[in-house]
Design a binder for this molecule. Structure first.
Ligand SMILES: C[S@@+](CC[C@H](N)C(=O)[O-])C[C@H]1O[C@@H](n2cnc3c(N)ncnc32)[C@H](O)[C@@H]1O
Length: 208
């Protein structure tokens, strides 16, 4: 996994451009409404989305790819980036919120659980979570070899988990779910204009 992303970041640079996901602005507005002062961004990439938060909150980005972190250091000087796995806690403090964009679907079931557990371990009681991931309404759902229920190797050597609303809610059963939703994200696609992804979002609160 780490090699796949590092090769892509080293070759393609800012793969999805420098514009944040609209979901980052939505998350930030929700976080500010609730007085959030610190946020953790697991799988932060090159800082496209961390920059939305770092202007107003203490922002921590955890990222496995060294190549992505080199880009991130130049793009978002306001975030403290940590090189390491988001599947285990990396902070020695707890934060008020977690924003995690399109990372959860990259893993098989046991690792998805680890990502959620590690995020929760670094979140204060009552803290907020905003996660996005592939939807089972995305056209890639059901393509290729099924590795686990809902998880497909939809391109050679590349797999993802595609969430139904019920599946997403089940992953977050330990926390208070505030809202789930679905949206279409249009991202630059290297050499081929743009690509549309159908995503799900979940807003949740860690129990006190
Ligand atoms: C689809 S990209 C999303 C990047 C970023 N969230 C964004 O929207 O720009 C997934 C990211 O997760 C990172 N990643 C994959 N496995 C990871 C892990 N175990 N810990 C931390 N980051 C990881 C990849 O290197 C990549 O940057």
């Amino acid at each position: 996994m780490s090699e796949y992303w590092s090769t892509r970041f080293a070759r393609e640079g800012m793969i999805w451009g420098n514009q944040p996901s609209p979901s980052a602005f939505q998350a930030k507005a929700w976080f500010l409404e609730h007085g959030v002062k610190s946020v953790l961004v697991p799988g932060a990439g090159y800082g496209r989305n961390t920059k939305v938060f770092s202007s107003d909150m203490d922002t921590y980005g955890v990222e496995l790819s060294h190549a992505a972190l080199e880009l991130a250091a130049a793009w978002d000087g306001g975030t403290r980036f940590i090189e390491g796995s988001a599947l285990k806690p990396q902070l020695d403090i707890t934060v008020d919120a977690v924003y995690c964009y399109d990372v959860l679907h990259l893993f098989l079931a046991a690792e998805r659980r680890r990502l959620i557990d590690a995020s929760l371990a670094q979140l204060r009681p009552g803290g907020l979570m905003y996660f996005t991931s592939f939807s089972d309404e995305d056209p890639n759902h059901g393509h290729g070899i099924m590795l686990e229920p809902g998880t497909y190797e939809y391109k050679e050597g590349k797999y993802a988990h595609f969430f139904s609303d019920a599946d997403l809610r089940e992953h977050f059963a330990a926390v208070e779910i505030v809202e789930t939703g679905t949206f279409t994200e249009s991202l630059p696609s290297p050499g081929s204009g743009t690509h549309e992804y159908i995503l799900r979002s979940i807003l949740a609160r860690k129990r006190k």
